[in-house]
Ligand binder design. Structure first.
Ligand code: PMV
Length: 312
């Protein structure tokens, strides 16, 4: 039986989540935690060795449907908890798209995979930006809609919004992720912000303000100015809290980590999931996160995007 294994990284959002859905800027770094998919020729549809109709796995169903593959064995293995705000569904979509294309001998450049992975995310969530899937496919770091950036890697348009995605070479900084242990679904949180923004003029101002903080923060990141970047991350967390996407567990971890960090904020959709802290004292931040009920991870950035890991 022929098989192919591909993997793709998770990510954290340095600045700009939620506002990016409306075409505002964002900056995102891929992390050394990956989602791996192995696909093997099979006479029936199997998921991790068991028969499955994928009705609970819309991303997978979408990708197999695109290639008219109806019987295949999919094996998954992930370092990323689902619903943790670390981009696990984007990494799954990128890895599966790449693995299936490799198995069936279809070309798989970054743009083919990003288009397919974003469609899979969109069809599952019904709303959202291509930020997560772009970070997972490209790896390293990306910016979205930063006007001073050069030629985009790709541009994606949908529902009147446009996202220009560029590579960013971020200097080495230490980030600690704190997972609340609470799974949160991205779709309903994005929808909640959309409703708030449609009803309330101040919510629209907050989205704009997140956009300007992200522009300043991307400059600070490039200059390796941790003090300024940290301040902006903490300010961004406050704005995201006003939008209603934080929560007591996230706030507890952010407040605790802020004591020994340049700054801290939720990352991803919020509502649970994870926070990040920018720090020179990662062990101290890990200890604080543990003491406040979270699971810490010191993450490495500068990692590759989607890769074919094995074929046989
Ligand atoms: O929590 P995650 O990893 O699904 O990230 C969601 C990021 C949002 O900006 C909230 C939504 C989006 O599609 O950009």
């Amino acid at each position: 039986m022929r098989s192919a294994t591909a993997s793709a990284p998770g990510k954290f959002v340095v600045l700009g989540e939620h506002a990016v859905v409306y075409g505002k800027p964002a900056v995102v770094l891929a992390i050394d935690r990956r989602f791996r998919c192995t696909v093997t020729e099979s006479s029936r549809l199997l998921l991790n060795g068991m028969p499955d109709d994928l009705s609970l796995h819309p991303h997978m169903r979408y990708i197999l449907g695109e290639h008219e593959v109806h019987s295949i064995s999919i094996g998954t293995d992930s370092d990323l908890p689902s619903g943790s705000g670390l981009g696990s569904s984007a990494a799954l979509s990128a890895a599966l798209s790449c693995a299936v294309r490799t198995l069936i001998g279809k070309p798989a450049d970054e743009k083919d995979i990003i288009d397919e992975a974003y469609e899979a995310e969109f069809s599952a969530q019904g709303i959202g930006s291509p930020m997560d899937t772009s970070a997972s496919v490209h790896g390293r770091g990306i910016t979205v809609n930063i006007p001073s950036d050069g030629d985009p890697l790709w541009t994606i348009e949908r529902n009147g919004n446009k996202w220009e995605v560029c590579d960013i070479h971020a200097p080495e900084m230490t980030f600690v992720v704190g997972y609340t242990g609470i799974k949160a679904l991205t779709g309903p949180l994005v929808e909640k912000v959309r409703r708030y923004k449609d009803r309330n003029r101040f919510a629209k101002d907050i989205v704009d303000e997140i956009g300007s903080i992200t522009l300043d923060g991307t400059d600070a990141l490039r200059r390796n100015d941790r003090v300024r970047l940290g301040e902006l991350m903490t300010a961004d967390h406050k704005l995201l809290s006003i939008l209603g996407v934080s929560g007591p567990e996230l706030n507890r971890l952010v407040d605790a980590a802020a004591e020994c960090s340049y700054g801290a904020k939720l990352t991803g959709a919020g509502g649970g999931g994870s926070m990040i802290a920018l720090t020179d004292e990662p062990e101290k931040v890990c200890e604080t996160i543990r003491l406040h009920g979270g699971t810490p991870m010191i993450v490495k950035t500068g990692v590759p995007g989607v890769t074919v890991d094995k074929t046989s």
